[in-house]
Design a protein around this ligand. Structure first.
Ligand code: NAI
Ligand code: MG
Length: 398
């Protein structure tokens, strides 16, 4: 019997293509695993009215580790239009299965590392102030609270009367919004709990301690969002003082952080944020190391041991139907490496990471994004490698 069983969740669009390529890389590296496939995504919404069927949830609960490609999500009305005729009258509402997975298994620790690959032609550069150009090496790991905050889904348009009444008890609401008709109000809440906030903070500090980062930066906006951001920062101070005195605690506001990451991104080590700011700042850092083709992630619940590993990009539907696949498999392969870390297969992860680094440094095989081409089937004639050629180049290095 294989040592590990992995639930593979291909999803939609480029998700399934990239997932297969990542699995070939894992196999070539000598990872011993069996794969069971879980149904997820748009096809299952259209056919069954549920993009995350219970059987998929059961599979993940049983095997605990999943490697996920990407899914396609569409707005409410478009989703309803594509639903099977029979199901349309049932009042079903589409919601993203990946957000559903995070909430169902409480995958509250999301980790998104962004580390410069030497020789990547997409690396961030800046002027040095003396007429020259610098290329700082970036190594930032973003810890994003993955289940609460603005993406928690507690929201209303034309809120129910009791919600409206409760809001009216807040002096700022009654003063600033009290004369707006209820039907003209939309509210999205930003709920932080102490428990989840402590978990993401501790995950960030532990990571900094284990891997020798000198600082943890809380990236929020406590001067304005006093209750939620404020709670996260004050808890970070307590935790740092008590348990991680050797690690520096820094505090940046999300807006300033977006500016700092284009000026001095090499200064940052571990960054920790709530759900939406974590989403934003991690995409910002990903842009500095080459963009979505390189951005990987892990989503973990340390209590039940469940981990779902996925590139941060989506299903890129416009490229999904090409005869030859052109998208970059590195984000998916790097996500598979995070899965190997989770399974304590550290040597295999290191082996694959160095193979990827070697291919990038050598520069002979580059997908269209690395050549800064506009995505089209013709990029292959312009010298871009296909998805499969890039995966094979990594395999050859192994
Ligand atoms: P996207 O990430 O799919 O694509 C944006 C652009 O990034 C693409 O047009 C392409 O130019 C580039 N890109 C993405 N992955 C790439 C790769 N591996 N190599 C090279 N270039 C790559 O985001 P978009 O277009 O906003 O959304 C498409 C669909 O994906 C939507 O239905 C959206 O809801 C869904 N989505 C799913 C996510 C997930 O499964 N976790 C995350 C983000 C979006
Ligand atoms: Mg995002």
């Amino acid at each position: 019997m294989a040592k590990h069983t992995i639930v593979k969740l291909p999803g939609d669009g480029i998700g399934s293509v990239l997932l297969d390529q990542a699995i070939s890389v894992l196999e070539a590296a000598g990872f011993e695993a069996e794969y069971v496939e879980g149904d997820i995504g748009w096809e299952f919404w259209k056919k069954e009215g549920n993009p995350l069927p219970q059987r998929t949830i059961d599979l993940i609960a049983k095997h605990k580790t999943a490697l996920f490609g990407a899914i396609t999500s569409k707005p409410k009305d478009a989703a309803l239009e594509e639903l099977d005729q029979e199901l349309r009258k049932k009042g079903l509402v589409y919601s993203s299965p990946i957000v559903g997975l995070r909430q169902h298994f409480n995958l509250d620790i999301c980790q998104r590392p962004t580390k410069t690959y030497k020789g990547n032609p997409l690396n961030f550069i800046r002027r040095d102030g003396k007429g020259g150009i610098e290329e700082p090496a970036i190594d930032a790991v973003i810890f994003r609270q993955n289940t609460e905050g603005l993406y928690g889904g507690v929201e209303w348009s034309n809120p129910p009367q009791e919600v409206y009444n409760a809001l009216m008890t807040h002096p700022k609401f009654s003063k600033n919004f009290g004369d707006v008709p209820k039907e003209e109000i939309s509210v999205s809440t930003r709920i932080f709990t102490r428990k989840a906030t402590e978990r993401i903070l501790r995950a960030a500090f532990d990571h900094a301690k284990t891997f020798g980062y000198k600082s943890v930066t809380v990236c929020e906006k406590p001067n304005v969002i006093r209750e939620t951001s404020g709670m996260m920062f004050s808890m970070a101070k307590e935790i740092q003082k008590k348990d991680y005195p050797d690690i520096e605690l820094w505090n940046t506001n999300i807006d300033a952080q977006m500016m700092w990451l284009t000026k001095t991104p090499e200064n940052y080590g571990v960054i920790v944020s709530g759900n939406m700011f974590g989403d934003i700042v991690s995409d910002g850092f990903a842009g500095l190391i080459g963009g979505l083709g390189f951005a990987c992630s892990a989503q973990i619940n340390p209590d039940n041991g469940i981990g779902v590993f996925e590139p941060t990009h989506g299903s890129a539907p416009k490229y999904a139907d090409y005869d030859v696949n052109i998208t970059n498999p590195i984000a998916m392969v790097a996500s598979a490496c995070m899965m190997l870390d989770h399974l304590k297969e550290y040597d295999l992860a290191t082996k694959i990471r160095s193979a990827v680094a070697d291919v990038i440094a050598e520069g002979e095989v580059r997908t269209y994004d690395m050549l800064k081409l506009k995505g089209s089937p013709d990029v292959i004639n312009q010298g871009a490698a296909t998805t499969e050629q890039m995966a094979n180049a990594i395999i050859r290095k192994l």
